[in-house]
Design a binder for this molecule. Structure first.
Ligand code: NAD
Length: 257
């Protein structure tokens, strides 16, 4: 039997892309998964498709009241939370000199503040119950190297990694582990939107941008959401019991650090 059977797993931004792959991975191992997403309808549709042991709710990770209500609902419906995958994220693409306050705030609010709020509220639950829970945040390759046209997004993902390291070190004596994954160029709705923006900003066709992503990836293909989900699963597993504060690249070799 899987070590995840019966565990209560929450995936933010779990309705699509990488989050949906994380949700499917834990569900396939018998976990009770709750998908929380800004798109509550899409979250409910995926939970409905998965059937038994899949649940859903709405959340806006930018808003403390919304995060508290969503996590309280999971705790009361599932009897607690064992694993949090703080995965919800957004990106917009713009040259740094043309960035607006709105671009900056949108990326920072969802990606950085959202991870802070979800982590803090679930850690309080872990500490109150004595549960040695696990957190896996979705950062990015752009959280380790500044990404052109994504400076604001990069800043938000550097923040996720800094937060992950500091929180992990604070919580290490309690047995609560906090890690992050850093994906590269992953085939999702976010990537499709970026390909169109980047093509316009750099005067390239979407196919040329897509091909450039493949060329930049030493393993020679676009990353799939499942490539990330299996590493999230590992970081949440007992096999990673002595790992905390890490940002693990899942990039097909784009970065080696
Ligand atoms: P996606 O757009 O397919 O999924 C993102 C999900 O987050 C959506 O379901 C969306 O509704 C949800 N979401 C957005 N704003 C939210 C909010 N305020 N509150 C709650 N949910 C919200 O994108 P994806 O590519 O699967 O991205 C998932 C994570 O992976 C993000 O954190 C992203 O930054 C990160 N990432 C993606 C790539 C990539 O190439 N696709 C690379 C590195 C990191």
């Amino acid at each position: 039997m899987s070590e995840f059977a019966g565990k209560s797993v929450v995936v933010t931004g779990g309705a699509s892309g990488i989050g949906a792959a994380i949700t499917r991975t834990f569900h396939a191992e018998g976990a009770r998964v709750t998908i929380v997403d800004l798109d509550a309808g899409r979250a409910a549709a995926l939970a409905g498709e998965l059937g038994d042991n899949a649940f859903s709710g709405g959340i806006d990770v930018r808003d403390r009241g919304s995060v508290q209500a969503a996590m309280d609902a999971v705790i009361s419906q599932q009897g607690g939370i064992d694993i949090l995958c703080a995965n919800a994220g957004v990106s917009t693409m713009q040259a740094s000199v043309d960035l607006t306050d709105e671009d900056w705030d949108f990326n920072m609010d969802v990606n950085a503040k959202g991870v802070f709020l979800c982590n803090q509220i679930v850690v309080r639950h872990f500490l109150a119950t004595g549960n040695k829970g696990v957190i896996v945040n979705t950062a990015s390759l752009a959280g380790k190297v500044g990404a052109p046209l994504l400076a604001h997004y990069s800043a938000s993902k550097f923040a996720v990694l800094g937060w992950t390291q500091a929180l992990a070190r604070e919580l290490a004596p309690t047995g609560i582990r906090v890690n992050a994954v850093c994906p590269g160029f992953v085939r999702t709705g976010m990537q499709e939107r970026e390909i169109i923006w980047e093509g316009k900003l750099r005067n390239m066709t979407p196919d040329e941008v897509r091909q450039e992503y493949v060329t930049l990836t030493p393993m020679g293909r676009i990353e799939e959401p499942e490539d990330v989900a299996v590493v999230v699963r590992f970081l949440a597993s007992d096999g990673a019991r002595f790992m905390t504060g890490q940002g693990i690249n899942v990039t097909g070799g784009v970065r080696m650090d």
